[in-house]
Design a protein around this ligand. Structure first.
Ligand SMILES: Cc1cc2nc3c(=O)[nH]c(=O)nc-3n(C[C@H](O)[C@H](O)[C@H](O)COP(=O)(O)OP(=O)(O)OC[C@H]3O[C@@H](n4cnc5c(N)ncnc54)[C@H](O)[C@@H]3O)c2cc1C
Length: 411
């Protein structure tokens, strides 16, 4: 593997950099590389942080092959520059050495509900501008999926502790174990002096299969499992239903916890998997078995019953998938983990804000809900997406929130 300095030296600093054009937060990659090579690491870190406060996280877990790395011109004939490795070093160093600037407070109180990537990004943007931020979080710590979903072997937890420390040093008020929509409602916040509310409560409620056997004692949802894998006794044979990133994380975690045989059941082919290619590869290396074209139709005490799915190629190049009930087969399972997507929690859905058909917050392109002063971003708006997408939209919402506050004579 090349050193990060060698990687930076390979960068062509293109006039129209395709890496930056395909970065959801438009990171100024050639400029960062330039600063890095001239030894101005802190300046490079500041540039990254001010553009994307979560760059220390996204550099580690972004789907790079779809964004910067996947669009590097060097990749057309050879090997792309792995900018994310350079970014990870710079961003981490920046966080580790960050001296909190003296920011004059403006006395305007803003409530943020949900301390995942969107909530952390919004909180930091507000704190940097001197707002008085209170962050309400249902769990006992910040991070959202970064702490309670993505396994530690993919994302070191000390990064999240550093973010928490930075926010606390910047003067945030943190209310852990507090669920907005349960005891405190959105409308309770305005009488207490909050001038705006930002909702970023994510999509933590797992979708269910709707099949017989789903309530049995050995059946679990992947997002519940990933919260605290040590609480689950899965036995030797684990069957995982679903083939996205969440399924892969559950499978790789189960293998690491000594569950010897982990099988992923997927109703389409390998090429249709939504999980990142490199994650699938890593899961294969870990020893996870993949069974494609298998539709689960029933969960039993010690097995999962599947029906074979046939792929029908159409003339226009598209494909359809059809269950063939003449071929059923059983996969032995001491436990079953369901990973077929998530939706927003019930409490926040009853927050009095207009919802889409999927139960997500119905916002305009600036993250404004129909309720004045209430904004939203992250998965609660887009449905399950990525961290960098949550950051990108939160930045847009922040700009609008400031305009709103100015309009009310606040900012
Ligand atoms: C297992 C898994 C692996 C993933 N892997 C990747 C990856 O590798 N790369 C990538 O870019 N993306 C990945 N994603 C997607 C990414 O994590 C999400 O897109 C991102 O976390 C969305 O951020 P968010 O802030 O909107 O929501 P979340 O991260 O879900 O945070 C929402 C927060 O709100 C809190 N909350 C919920 N309800 C309430 C309430 N009523 N009151 C107060 N607080 C509340 C929750 O406890 C949580 O802390 C993964 C997702 C999962 C589930």
């Amino acid at each position: 593997m090349t050193s990060i300095k060698q990687e930076a030296q390979r960068c062509l600093k293109c006039k129209v950099p395709q890496c930056a054009a395909h970065c959801p937060v438009s990171t100024e990659i050639p400029r960062v590389v330039e600063l890095f090579l001239s030894g101005e690491i802190k300046k490079a870190g500041e540039l990254l942080f001010m553009n994307n406060p979560l760059s220390a996280v996204t550099s580690v877990i972004c789907p790079h092959e779809r964004n910067c790395t996947g669009h590097c011109v060097l990749g057309r004939k050879g090997t792309s520059v792995e900018f994310y490795r350079i970014e990870e070093y710079i961003s981490r160093f920046y966080l580790e050495t960050l001296e909190i600037p003296d920011i004059p407070k403006n006395g305007i109180k803003i409530a943020v509900a949900g301390a995942g990537p969107a909530g952390i990004t919004m909180s930091l943007l507000l704190l940097l501008k001197g707002y008085d931020v209170t962050l309400f979080e249902a769990q006992d710590n910040i991070g959202g999926v970064l702490r309670y979903g993505i396994p530690p072997f993919r994302l070191p937890r000390d990064l999240l502790d550093m973010y928490k420390d930075v926010m606390l040093r910047m003067g945030i008020h943190f209310r852990p174990n507090t669920r907005i929509g349960a005891n405190i409602m959105i409308e309770d916040l305005f009488p207490d002096g909050y001038k705006a509310v930002f909702v970023s409560t994510g999509t933590g409620r797992p979708n269910k299969l709707g099949l017989l056997g789903e309530t049995l004692g050995h059946v679990h949802f992947a997002v519940d499992y990933l919260k605290s894998p040590e609480a689950f006794d899965l036995g030797h044979q684990v069957a995982i239903v679903g083939a996205g990133n969440v399924a892969i994380d559950a499978a790789r975690t189960a293998i690491r916890r000594g569950h010897s045989h982990v099988t992923i059941l997927h109703f389409m082919g390998e090429e249709n998997m939504t999980a990142n290619r490199d994650e699938v590869e890593m899961a294969e290396l870990d020893g996870v078995e993949f069974v494609h074209y298998a539709q689960v139709i029933r969960i039993m005490e010690d097995r999962v019953r599947c029906v074979r799915v046939r792929k029908i190629e159409k003339e226009d190049g598209s494909a359809e998938f059809e269950e063939d009930y003449s071929e059923t087969f059983d996969v032995p399972a001491d436990s079953v983990i369901i990973a077929i997507g998530q939706g927003p929690g019930a409490d926040i859905r009853s927050a009095g804000v207009k919802l889409t058909q999927r139960g997500l917050f119905d916002v305009n392109e600036w993250g404004e809900t129909g309720t004045p002063g209430v904004f939203a971003a992250g998965d609660i708006v887009s449905g399950p997406k990525t961290v960098v997408d949550a950051v990108a939209f939160t930045k847009k919402v922040f700009a609008r929130m400031e305009e709103y506050l100015k309009g009310c004579g606040q900012a």
